[in-house]
Design a protein around this ligand. Structure first.
Ligand code: NAD
Length: 489
């Protein structure tokens, strides 16, 4: 594979990017559009720099370039592509601080969480090349050999949400490119900045057309899912949009992977070590202001320890600091955007309307600027209230009481969602037994939200279709193929 460093005239991939101007990346060229728009810093409500608003012809151009690039990229070896991913990881790492600061500005998350996200993204890129899609001989006789193998699909489209824009983009870019596909990334209109810079950095490593990034408005996602020359969509976002994506992709029989919303239950047994569990449980409920698909969103606590657990959770949660992501020790940053802010406010307004009891918080303080909401814990609301059945995607969580093991498993499973679930207990055998009965793509014991690049991750039911990461995730960017090879005429 020819290095792209000489061909694009850049002096190596470690030289600093300009983090003040943002353009599309099409065929390794940085381009803008007639119309532009800008994001908002959710901590200050101030406008961020202008970004392109791509139109159909920009996408058509990118797709044509991606198709052309596929011809040669798909013929490179897995080893060559793996090396390119490692260089990409190095390049991101060389500007990690700048990416983290930009991520805080556009997304709102605390700098410490931005650091975690960037570190994970780099680790993910370094880990994918350790995975291999090997050919398998299914049968071999004197006469013939039958081989099962995986071939790249072609041009992929990666649609990314606003909560983890870097990791979730990289989690699509890595497997797509490693398996020999080309990819066009479409960031959320709320968080296009880091993703555009990832694409720009990619121009220093990948041949033209292999990795492209297009920013746009609400109409760009549908343009991708409708496009006749895109072969696969990997979508991460809400279940509502996921259904539209699937419907649209069906017209061209595109392959689809859907990573959708969650409403994860965590079951706390009566023998749990409360002191040890509380900091983990609270953090895994309020991290990123509750704006992570796989956080704890329903907390089922055994009746025998309910009051004690609730009080300890409240005491710990009171120590959680809400504020601008650049302030030290903040765990809960602002809600990412005004649309989501209004949605979370609507959930808080139900507290009074529905007569829920708050163990913590529950009112919204009007900060002078920015979309801040402090954590709330709703004390044993009715099982079918909205705070239990809906994903709030904000720093608010219901805590519910249970007495019977079968009953709590049934309640945990009584959801359209099935992304993650966890059981917390000192009795490991019991916890493992309960874990195996939970309907979710990832189930943890004495933990929640553990993820790894080599481990497939995805949802059951309305939380998704297919999985990303791990060898399963690589296969999702491939066509399975069977070769029936006669050994003689
Ligand atoms: P969203 O569905 O509104 O948007 C996601 C992306 O889809 C954005 O890039 C958006 O511009 C694009 N989009 C919007 N309408 C489209 C359409 N009709 N066709 C194609 N693309 C379209 O989701 P969001 O608000 O950005 O993200 C929050 C949701 O994402 C939550 O429900 C969360 O649980 C979920 N999520 C899931 C995972 C996961 O891996 N399962 C990870 C993160 C977030």
């Amino acid at each position: 594979m020819a290095s792209n460093r000489e061909s694009n005239g850049l002096d190596g991939y470690h030289s600093k990017l300009d983090f003040t101007t943002f353009r599309n990346v099409i065929n390794n060229k940085l381009t803008s559009t007639a119309e532009t728009r800008h994001g908002i810093n959710p901590a200050t409500a101030e406008p961020l720099p202008e970004v392109p608003v791509s139109v159909q012809k920009d996408l058509d151009n990118a797709v044509a370039c991606a198709r052309k690039a596929f011809e040669s990229w798909s013929k490179t070896t897995e080893e060559e592509r793996g090396k390119a991913l490692l260089s990409f990881a190095d390049a991101i790492e060389s500007q990690q601080d700048e990416f983290e600061r930009l991520l805080v500005q556009e997304q709102g998350k605390p700098l410490s969480t931005a650091h975690v996200e960037l570190t994970m993204a780099i680790q993910w890129l370094r880990s994918f090349p350790k995975l291999h899609l090997t050919e398998e001989i299914l049968e071999e006789t004197e006469d013939r050999v039958i081989i099962s193998r995986y071939t790249p699909l072609g041009v992929a489209g990666g649609i990314v949400p606003w909560n983890w824009p870097v990791l979730l983009a990289v989690g699509k870019i890595g497997p797509a490119l490693y398996t020999g596909n080309t990819i066009i990334i479409k960031p959320s209109p709320y968080t296009p900045y880091c993703d555009l810079k990832l694409g720009e950095l990619g121009t220093r490593i990948f041949p033209p057309g292999v990795l492209q990034v297009l920013s746009g408005g609400d109409d760009l996602g549908p343009m991708l899912t409708e496009h006749p020359n895109i072969d696969k969509i990997s979508f991460t976002g809400s279940s509502v949009t996921g259904k539209k994506v699937m419907e649209s992709c069906s017209k061209t029989l595109k392959r689809v992977t859907l990573e959708l919303g969650g409403n994860d239950p965590a079951i706390i047994c009566e023998d749990v070590n409360i002191e040890k569990a509380i900091p983990k449980v609270a953090t895994l409920a309020f991290l990123n202001s509750g704006q992570i698909c796989m956080l704890i969103k329903r907390l089922y606590v055994h009746g025998a320890i309910y009051d004690q657990f609730r009080d300890a959770l409240v005491a710990f949660s009171k120590t959680i600091k809400t504020g601008d992501g650049f302030e030290p020790d903040v765990l809960v940053g602002p809600i990412q955007n005004s649309m989501q802010y209004e949605k979370v406010k609507a959930m808080y307004s139900q507290i009074k309307e529905e007569g829920w009891t708050c163990a913590l918080g529950g009112s919204i303080q009007e900060f002078s600027k920015g979309y801040f909401i402090e954590p709330a814990i709703i004390d044993n609301p009715p099982e079918h209230s909205k705070i239990v059945t809906d994903e709030p995607f904000g720093p608010i969580i219901p805590i519910l009481k249970w007495w019977d093991e079968d009953d709590v498993i049934a309640r945990a499973n009584d959801s359209k969602m099935g992304l993650g679930a966890s059981v917390w207990s000192a009795d490991i055998e019991r916890a493992h037994r309960m874990a195996r009965q939970l309907e979710a793509g990832s189930v943890w014991v004495n933990s929640h939200f553990d993820v790894a690049p080599g481990v497939p991750f995805g949802g059951h039911k309305w939380s998704g279709m297919g999985m990303e990461w791990g060898v399963v995730g690589l296969k999702a960017y491939c066509n399975p193929q069977t070769l029936w090879l006669r050994k003689s005429e």
